[in-house]
Design a protein around this ligand. Structure first.
Ligand code: SAH
Length: 346
């Protein structure tokens, strides 16, 4: 398999250009072209011979949209094909303040949460930094975004995969996506969601990239949480909270908990009370969402009434909380519905 040029930072492109015997300023042209979502072959200001040399070593189009589904709410779901034939999904969501691209960080996932589609076939492979970045570049270009006027203004690492289980590549991606002169999405407009891999949460706090940290909680009781999230056997809530506080100390960023309401599992008054007792007074926000249906998974979402009741308990208990609307549910693009719909060879 060829390499992926979008993996490289501007400095690394500089070294590559030098090695190829090209003039220094070519690195900037290359970086700009790639950041505009162009294929190598489409970057017109580069010498033909240099492009030909690059194409011997690097994929021309490492991530390409092979299918698009558009929801009645304007959300778009993309099926991206990778150079090795694997496919991943991504979602483009429109909001008043801008547009958010939800990116995948792995093909599949090894966490196997009981309610999520992404882990149904286990982990197939990690995505490289450039494969994560290219999802954004391709979506930005598709919506006529430029580097000066981006169509993608916000990014969430909430597609398939566990970002902190692919730590080095994800951090490299974060450096490149925030780098000046590129697509330059500010860290404060990026949210990284984790199921709570505690040691990596500490590592992330040290990187100097203050993205919003989001933790998928779904239950404030360790034993009950472990019933739906196998990872909870390894990392206890008390340790997750300590890591969140450390993250807050280091970055000044309030952290967020995702809580998907599952009927008969985590949506009763007692669950709300437990959540309040654990989170009250912390610099955090709770994002509630009604579980989206995943046909292979036996769990069902709380209904709207139940969800508002739960929200009411939290607010009364002094927590900052919101109930999120379910974007893209009609196209299987909502939380937990992303999967590699067409796995290689199927
Ligand atoms: N692995 C990371 C990133 C995934 S983000 C994490 O666990 O945070 C996707 C979010 O959607 C997570 O909060 C996940 O718990 C949630 N989710 C998964 N399946 C869902 C479903 N069927 N309905 C609603 N939310 C779901």
């Amino acid at each position: 398999m060829k390499g992926i040029l979008q993996d490289l930072s501007l400095a690394e492109l500089g070294a590559l250009v030098e090695e190829a015997g090209e003039k220094k300023f070519r690195a900037g042209q290359l970086w700009r072209g790639l950041m505009q979502g162009k294929k190598i072959s489409e970057i017109t200001d580069l010498p033909k011979a240099f492009k030909a040399k690059l194409l011997e070593r690097f994929e021309d189009e490492p991530v390409k949209i092979i299918e698009t589904l558009t929801s009645s709410d304007g959300t778009e779901k993309y099926l991206f094909e990778l150079a090795d034939g694997n496919v991943i999904e991504g979602v483009f969501m429109r909001y008043k303040y801008g547009n958010t691209q939800c990116v995948s960080t792995q093909v599949g996932c090894r966490m196997n949460c009981a309610f999520c589609a992404s882990g149904l076939n286990g982990l197939i492979r990690n995505l490289s930094a450039g494969e994560i970045l290219a999802q954004i570049l391709v979506a930005n270009a598709r919506h006529s975004g430029t580097l000066e006027k981006r169509a993608v203004t916000n990014v969430v690492l909430m597609g398939s995969g566990e970002p902190l289980d692919n730590y080095d590549r994800v951090v490299k991606f974060l450096r490149n996506v925030t780098a000046e002169g590129g697509i330059a999405i500010s860290a404060r407009n990026i949210s990284l969601s984790t199921c709570g891999i505690v040691p990596k949460m500490y590592d992330l706090a040290e990187e100097g990239i203050p993205v919003n940290l989001t933790v998928s909680l779904h239950n404030a009781d360790d034993a009950e949480r472990a019933r739906i999230m196998p990872v909870a056997k390894a990392y206890k809530l008390a340790d997750i909270l300590k890591a969140c506080d450390y993250y807050f100390e280091k970055t000044g960023r309030r952290y967020i908990f995702e809580y998907s309401l599952i009927h008969g599992e985590n949506a009763d008054r007692a669950h709300a009370e437990k959540l309040i007792s654990v989170l009250r007074g912390r610099p955090c926000h709770v994002n509630l969402i009604r579980l989206n249906e995943v046909k292979e998974r036996a769990l069902s979402g709380a209904d709207e009434k139940e969800a508002y009741r739960f929200l009411g308990f939290l607010e009364k208990g002094g927590l900052s909380a919101t109930l999120r609307r379910r974007t893209g549910a009609d196209i299987g693009g909502a939380c937990g519905q992303l999967r590699a719909s067409r796995l290689k060879g199927e």
